[in-house]
Write a protein that binds this ligand. Structure first.
Ligand code: DGY
Length: 319
């Protein structure tokens, strides 16, 4: 039987690409530039399957121009806000994602951002690196202690729970908002709030772990930042769409929010240059899942989904 034709839009891990080349008639974009709308439309006529990343945008308009060949979009991401799911499903195209395998890596990065934001990582690194560290005093770079503090988690899915587990390692008191309360074995003692507003009132540290949807767009706006305790620290490793960036800057300007750790921005790549003047904002370039182990696991999970689909089964991560 001839191999199915597969397009891999970005440079995935070597192990993933080797396995894909073994099992599929694969074209790999070694240039590693994001696939454009025109690329996706052309690919829909040439390939049976695509493994994209969140950098390729399957809008309704793009999907409407697809030919009938493409059967499955096996995302190399857990987030699928770059895919218009109703449009893809309407064309009979199966869509999968890669949950579970990136939860720990993303939760690790959320911890890094939380700690770095709380303890002046940006300013501290700069002062040493630039040779400007010329004095020390007990009042110097005093931060906010994480150990024992209250942390509020928005979205207690897999990543939120992995973050909660790591926060417990710092003896944090874990609170969460979720569409519904978790069973005890998953909540592990975390306190459920049935509204975001209720959660914000106790979130000395706030970490966002929910998907970007029309409902969560600008979830953190000026009214909600104002509900946080004075001096709160805000962390976002989920999606930039969740945070009104102007409102966050206003809350940093008036000191209500003490610091932020951001891995995601409204505009990516690039981020928001206006944050550059804030030494209390610790930023990274959307690398939550970027560990070697996790990249392999994401690639294998996407391939597992493809293998199942072409074996006539329903892939485990069908959306
Ligand atoms: C995800 O998997 O959604 C990460 O943000 C990387 O794309």
């Amino acid at each position: 039987m001839s191999k199915k034709r597969l397009w891999i839009t970005r440079r995935l891990s070597d192990a993933t690409l080797e396995r894909a080349a073994r099992d599929y008639d694969v074209v790999i974009n070694y240039d590693d530039t994001p696939g454009t709308a025109a690329d996706l439309i052309a690919a829909s006529a040439e390939f049976d399957a695509i493994i994209p990343c969140h950098s390729e945008h399957f809008s309704a308009d793009v999907v409407a121009q697809f030919s009938d060949r493409l059967q499955i979009v096996a995302n190399h991401s857990v987030g699928v806000d770059h895919c218009d799911l109703p449009a893809l499903k309407g064309r009979g195209i199966v869509v999968t994602n890669t949950p579970d395998v990136l939860s720990d890596a993303t939760a690790e990065l959320a911890m890094l951002l939380m700690l770095g934001a709380a303890r002046h990582a940006v300013a501290g690194d700069r002062i040493v690196r630039t040779g400007n560290w010329d004095s020390w005093s007990p009042a110097f770079m005093v931060g906010k202690q994480v150990t024992g503090a209250r942390v509020g988690i928005v979205g207690m899915g897999r990543v939120g729970r992995a973050f909660a587990a790591k926060a417990r390692g710092f003896d944090m008191e874990v609170h969460y908002f979720n569409r519904s309360a978790l069973p005890d074995d998953q909540a592990q003692g975390a306190v459920y709030h049935d509204t975001v507003e209720s959660l914000l009132g106790v979130a000395d540290f706030l970490s966002l772990h929910c998907p970007a949807t029309p409902e969560t767009n600008d979830l953190m706006n000026s009214e909600r930042f104002a509900l946080l305790p004075e001096g709160a620290v805000v962390v976002n490793t989920a999606r930039g769409a969740l945070v009104d960036e102007d409102a966050l800057m206003a809350a940093l300007d008036n000191g209500h929010v003490a610091a932020a750790g951001l891995d995601c921005f409204k505009v990516e790549p690039g981020g928001n240059p206006a944050f550059s003047s804030y030494d209390n904002v610790f930023m990274l370039p959307h690398i939550g899942s970027a560990t070697r182990q996790t990249r392999d696991a994401m690639g294998f999970r996407a391939l597992d989904n493809l293998d199942a689909f072409f074996a006539g089964k329903t892939p485990q991560d069908t959306l």
